[in-house]
Design a protein around this ligand. Sequence first.
Ligand code: ZN
Length: 286
Amino acid sequence: MNTAPAFYPIGTPGTPWGDVERAEWLSRQSRQRSYESEVLSVIERLRPRFDVGQYGHLDYGTESYPLMAIRSRDWRDDLPVMLITGGVHGYETSGVHGALQFVDQRAEDYAGRVNLLVAPCVSPWAYERIHRWNPNAVDPNRSFRHDSAAEESAALMQLVAPVLDRALMHMDLHETTDTDESEFRPALAARDGKPFEPCEIPDGFYLVDDSENPHSEFQLAVIEAVEKVTHIAPADENGEILGSPMAARGVIQYPLKQLGLCASVTSAPYKTTTEVYPDSPRATPE
Ligand SMILES: [Zn+2]
């Protein structure tokens, strides 16, 4: 268990950050890995078998990031669309590489049944910094809204706009990590001038369903399938995960649209946010 600092080192407790604090935060971020060599190169290798295309780009200072999507070859308008998104939080590495591995190893099994649309790394600047926010200290996964404050989210919304109503399923791939508690939740509290309330990070896989339109059989089917591969997070002593009551084993619910979460980006009836815990002694990168 990590011990969170009493005060985040940037800003004044109780006062939301202004431009100065955001700039100070940004100056502390550094590039730790390469989107080009770890992600774009893998996407390029999929080109012979899939339709790979750029759906936008991010320009931050001197850096430019192409935003890439992968589609089933033989896309058919009479088939439903299944959307997979990874790296909405750039530091949540397994979502990025899980989406890419799925395309490489499994996507062709669905040929002729569904159209797959995969955006494996929605927030590449944060992928490189191993961070949650974009350079403006904005969380893309609270920004799937009209007039979004995050370009990452606005670009994905534009990508899916033509298939909004034909989407049948959406899997948004995330992680819950020890750094959520040691760094990212304290940073969020500091940014917003709020007190930091410690939480217990759940050890295991869990899902977030839509409280406005829950689909428990679908969530449970995912839990049962994942359980063959890795362990499911138990509830804490209050019967909760991260302060939310368990709706079913390994399933909590959020109002996805109200929170501006990525899983609300289409009107797919079957949608979920997957959360793995990579810091578990019982988990491997695989
Ligand atoms: Zn996340």
